[in-house]
Design a protein around this ligand. Structure first.
Ligand SMILES: [Cu+2]
Length: 154
């Protein structure tokens, strides 16, 4: 009798263990995994490059014919200066708006989303190599610039 009871208890224990394991697998694949796959893993050297690349929106940028985004055709290099900041030194608000929607798989949508007020800035971390992206200012569409992203050669 004792042997039968212990076999029975062992069977229940095994079933409980299997149920627990399958519950963990279901949880892992349906909740944990999709969450962690949402953002790709990006090298720390890309997330924290050596320098930032500053693009100045210069004073007087709103006037057609004046310089606006300086440097106007900029190139960021991954791990070196792919964290880009647009600083508005002008006395009016400006935007940084891509001509064609651009989404970085880590940082999301590239777009200042509304105006950058005087004295304020817009930052974006580019994590992927890309040919020059055209961008402009919504209130002053003659203000245009490009930002390209290259892979480091070292
Ligand atoms: Cu503007």
């Amino acid at each position: 009798m004792s042997e039968a009871t212990s076999n029975h208890a062992y069977g229940i224990g095994m079933i409980a263990l299997l149920v627990g394991m399958s519950a963990s697998i279901v949880f892992y694949t349906s909740f944990y995994l999709p969450e962690s796959l949402l953002r790709p893993s990006v090298s720390e050297h890309i997330l924290h490059p050596e320098e930032m690349l500053t693009i100045d929106i210069v004073e007087g940028a709103l006037t057609e014919g004046n310089e606006n985004y300086v440097p106007n055709k900029a190139t960021a290099v991954l791990t070196q200066n792919n964290h880009v900041v647009w600083v508005n030194h002008d006395s009016t608000g400006h935007t940084v708006t891509p001509s064609h929607r651009y989404t970085d798989s880590y940082s999301g949508s590239f777009d200042s989303d509304g105006v950058i007020l005087p004295g304020e800035s817009y930052e974006f971390i580019f994590t992927e190599e890309h040919e020059p992206i055209d961008y402009f200012c919504i209130p002053h569409p003659w203000m245009t610039g490009t930002i390209g992203v290259e892979r480091s050669r070292f």
